[in-house]
Design a protein around this ligand. Structure first.
Ligand code: HMG
Length: 392
């Protein structure tokens, strides 16, 4: 029975920083950020738009798009993130409460750096296969932060995606025969109690490209699928140049042209439209690329997509998905572009103020927090470690 994604929705903070402004402030040639990294803008989340807020907004958009019967049939709510706000209580439980989802579900979080969203999706596919008639809600939500003046600063961002997984999906069928590899490496990690990750940036770039090459080769051996069998390849996008380098490792633009496969490079560009304006959002990043592709490409029903997920630490997996007839009626690209255009551009000074304010406010009311975002489910305070959210 085909199982996969029936609805895929996004939530992004309503503030951003222009990468030229950041480059000028840091004394860097703007071309390094726009061309060298492939980033034009970067989403910025104030304390009131925490990772649960973003998760709840994306999940609410999925609930709105989904059939009522599919929400009533929910059996699993799983959230992938590396920006946990509590060391014990799952953020999936918080989102479940904020949205008033049915009581009869399992809700828990998954962690393995940026890979955790994919782990959630594959867990949901397995769950639906094992429980016919039930559905699953998968959320991937993160604030990607490295800190002011760090090498990672231009590769920050924030955002969330949510997906409804069910039998006979109307967007994408997920093939359960994927290929994964795990390797214990310290390219990016965040010890307990530290608010930003430590990262060996250049090592992480090498780990990513090496992992893609290994996983792609192993998947080719297992499935017989090679570059010509994919309509498009989507990548985890810590910055948009990263996936391009990995793709070039299996198919250079010159080889693509010679073999009549230049659609893979064209569609790679089409998968970057949102990420160039949002930046990294860790677990959500691969799916932001997938959304951009679905919204801006000339895909046809039956097309096969390859989705490469990479989580530092490290786990890599190549998942294949098939585009379903009528998929475009399940998406609203204009709404996403309008939301991106409607964001407020911060000055570098305002951005620095947001980044240095506490992510963990103490007290009952943080409505005075710098530049609060006006959307639903905003964090309004925390007492005794209990988080309080403004409801829509
Ligand atoms: P850096 O040292 O500032 O930059 O660090 P660089 O010197 O490597 O330059 C970057 C690119 O800009 C280079 O291109 C330069 O040539 C080019 P490349 O050679 O790589 O193709 N460049 C220019 N281009 C045009 N005009 C110019 C110019 N100047 C330079 N004037 C780095 C960059 C990404 C390492 C840093 O920002 C960083 O540490 N970021 C965080 C880590 C990261 O994003 N790693 C990615 C792979 S790991 C991953 O994806 C997992 C992750 O999402 C976390 C998770 O899994 O949880 C991070």
């Amino acid at each position: 029975m085909p199982i996969g994604i029936d609805a895929l929705e996004i939530a992004i903070p309503d503030l951003y920083l222009d990468m030229t402004d950041l480059a000028v402030a840091r004394g860097v040639d703007p071309a390094k950020f726009h061309i060298g990294l492939g980033q034009d803008q970067m989403a910025v989340s104030p304390a009131s738009t925490d990772v649960v807020t973003l998760a709840a907004r994306a999940a609410a958009a999925v609930v709105e798009r989904a059939d009522e019967a599919d929400i009533a049939a929910l059996g699993l709510v799983v959230l992938g993130s590396e920006s946990a706000v509590d060391a014990s209580k799952a953020m999936a439980v918080m989102v479940h409460g904020l949205l008033g989802l049915p009581e009869g579900v399992r809700a828990y979080d998954i962690r393995e750096a940026c890979y955790a969203g994919t782990a959630g999706l594959l867990t949901a596919v397995d769950y639906v296969a094992a429980h016919p008639g039930r559905t699953a809600l998968v959320i991937a939500s993160d604030l990607a932060r490295y800190g002011l003046g760090t090498a990672g600063e231009p590769t920050q961002g924030a955002g969330a995606v949510a997906m409804l997984v069910r039998q006979d999906p109307r967007l994408l069928i997920i093939d359960p025969a994927s290929t994964a590899r795990t390797e214990d490496v310290y390219d990016f990690w965040r010890p307990e109690g530290e608010s930003v990750p430590r990262v060996d940036g250049h090592l992480s770039n090498r780990c990513y490209t090496a992992m893609f090459a290994r996983v792609f080769a192993a998947h080719r051996e297992a499935s017989g699928l090679d570059v010509e069998d994919y309509a498009a390849l989507c990548f985890h996008l810590p910055y948009t140049k990263m996936g391009r380098k990995a793709l070039a490792g299996v198919l250079t633009p010159e080889e693509a042209e010679a073999r009549g496969l230049d659609h893979l490079h064209r569609r790679y560009d089409e998968s970057l439209i949102y990420s160039r304006r949002v930046g990294n959002c860790y677990t959500a990043s691969l799916f932001l690329g997938l959304l951009s592709l679905l919204d801006h490409s000339d895909l046809r029903p039956g097309d096969r997509l390859g989705l490469f997920s990479y989580g530092s630490g490290a786990v890599g997996e190549l998942v294949t998905a098939t585009v379903v007839e009528g998929f475009d009626s399940r998406r609203d690209p204009a709404a996403t572009m309008t939301a991106l255009d409607a964001r407020r551009r911060l000055s570098v000074k305002e951005y620095e103020a947001v980044l240095t304010e506490s992510l963990e406010p103490v007290g009952a009311d943080i409505s005075s927090t710098l530049l609060p975002d006006g959307g639903p489910y905003a964090l309004i305070g925390m007492v005794d470690g209990v988080r309080r959210y403004r409801m829509p």
